[in-house]
Each structure stands twice: as structure tokens, then as C-alpha cells.
Design a protein around this ligand. Structure first.
Ligand SMILES: [Cu+2]
Length: 131
């Protein structure tokens, strides 16, 4: 009986250890957030997202945002997309864009990113409000 419970404790420890390692390598340790939620509704409207490490709170530099989609899914118009392009940024961990917003309301920027030192793709969704 004692042996069995020891074995279970050992097993639990292994599972926990494994879980921690998986969580550490997971893209869930990063977060994208809007630099400013409100954006100007219209052409050539600039907006930006900040990529941070959840563990340290520090900005993450050098990420490659290789796929982005800007749509009105927050307002149940997921098929309504806006043309957007990446812009140069000088602030660490901040990734800038400009877009042609065509409607006031909620817009979601959906991102896929490659982060230095992270083998898995990091995904994020950042919601903006066009006014
Ligand atoms: Cu719309």
C-alpha cells in the first residue's frame, strides 16, 4: 500500500513536470495587446500591437508576423476584411500597421508570428475599435 502511494506521488510528479515543460514551450506564454484600442475609421489609419512575454511582462523584439487578417468578427462580420500593411516601428516589441477601415466598429487583427527562440507559431487576436 505504501509502495503504491509512493509510486502514485512519483507519477503525479512526472505528470506535473511534463505539464510544466509543455506550458513553458507553449506559445501561450506570449500575449499580443493593442497599443491603443481606438483607431481612426478611414483610409491609411495607423494602429499597433505590442507583443509581450507573459512571464516577464517584457516586450518581445524581432518577431516575424507572417500572417495577419483584419476583420470585423467582433461585430459578427467575420467576412468583412480590411486591407492592411505592416509599417516600420522603432519601439521594441511594437508592431505597426496601417489599414483602410471601411466601417466604424470592432475590428480584430488576427496574427501568426514566429518569435525568436520559440519553435511553435505564436497566434494572437487583438481587437480594435474604429471610430
Ligand atoms: Cu462591418
Amino acid at each position: 500500500m505504501v509502495t503504491q502511494s509512493r509510486f502514485l506521488v512519483l507519477l503525479a510528479g512526472l505528470v506535473l513536470g511534463l505539464g510544466t515543460r509543455v506550458a513553458y514551450a507553449s506559445p501561450a506564454v506570449y500575449v499580443f495587446e493593442p497599443v491603443s484600442v481606438e483607431v481612426r475609421n478611414g483610409k491609411d489609419s495607423e494602429f499597433a500591437v505590442r507583443l509581450k512575454s507573459k512571464a516577464t511582462g517584457k516586450p518581445v523584439e524581432g518577431a516575424v508576423l507572417f500572417r495577419t487578417r483584419l476583420d470585423m468578427s467582433p461585430d459578427s462580420m467575420g467576412e468583412m476584411t480590411a486591407k492592411h500593411t505592416a509599417m516600420p516601428s522603432t519601439e521594441p516589441g511594437v508592431y505597426k500597421f496601417k489599414a483602410d477601415f471601411t466601417m466604424a466598429g470592432g475590428w480584430a487583427l488576427k496574427l501568426m508570428a514566429k518569435v525568436p527562440g520559440e519553435s511553435e507559431t505564436v497566434q494572437g487576436t487583438v481587437v480594435f475599435k474604429a471610430k
